[in-house]
Design a protein around this ligand. Structure first.
Ligand code: ZN
Length: 168
């Protein structure tokens, strides 16, 4: 059974200017049912902002998802590597979750803990493209896009536009 706890005590961090780094591996989450058996590994940095707020930064995160290609329906593995993702965790219940596009979570007041499971889920979700291609279909799709890019009519259009802007 894999460690499923994503809870981190931040009580000490709220009381002083400090930075804390946590490395984790073999983290399993039910929020992502198609995680491969390597589960999630990563590095998290926690930083004091003030006595009500903690900044949580994912500095490295890796996992593999078992996916199905939207194009050829074959199963394939999608490796995910996240270099950086951040969220703020706050004690202030009055703050609204959707202000300023900022990703905001709440600190559990009673236990002074944060749960980063939802944050990690969101970071991984952001890496999911609109259409999932297996490596083979992705390759085919890429060469198709390249052909479109050197299409001559596109080039002409661009040239005319350039003339209008700069020579009128
Ligand atoms: Zn495919």
């Amino acid at each position: 059974m894999k460690d499923q706890t994503f809870e981190i005590k931040v009580g000490d961090l709220l009381n002083q200017v400090a930075v804390d780094e946590i490395t984790f591996e073999n983290k399993k989450t039910n929020l992502i049912p198609n995680l491969s058996e390597e589960w999630i590994t990563g590095k998290i940095r926690l930083s004091w902002i003030d006595d009500e707020n903690v900044l949580v930064e994912i500095e490295e995160l890796e996992c593999t998802l078992n996916e199905t290609c939207d194009y050829c329906t074959k199963p394939f593995e999608r490796k995910i590597k996240i270099q950086w993702y951040s969220s703020r965790f706050t004690l202030n219940k009055d703050e609204i979750n959707y202000a300023n596009d900022e990703v905001l979570f709440f600190i559990d007041e009673k236990t002074s803990t944060i749960n980063i499971e939802e944050m990690i889920y969101q970071a991984i979700e952001l890496e999911t493209p609109f259409v999932l291609y297996c490596p083979e279909c992705a390759k085919n799709h890429e060469s198709m896009t390249e052909d479109e890019e050197i299409d001559e009519s596109d080039f002409d259009l661009g040239w005319e536009w350039w003339n209008v802007v700069f020579h009128k």
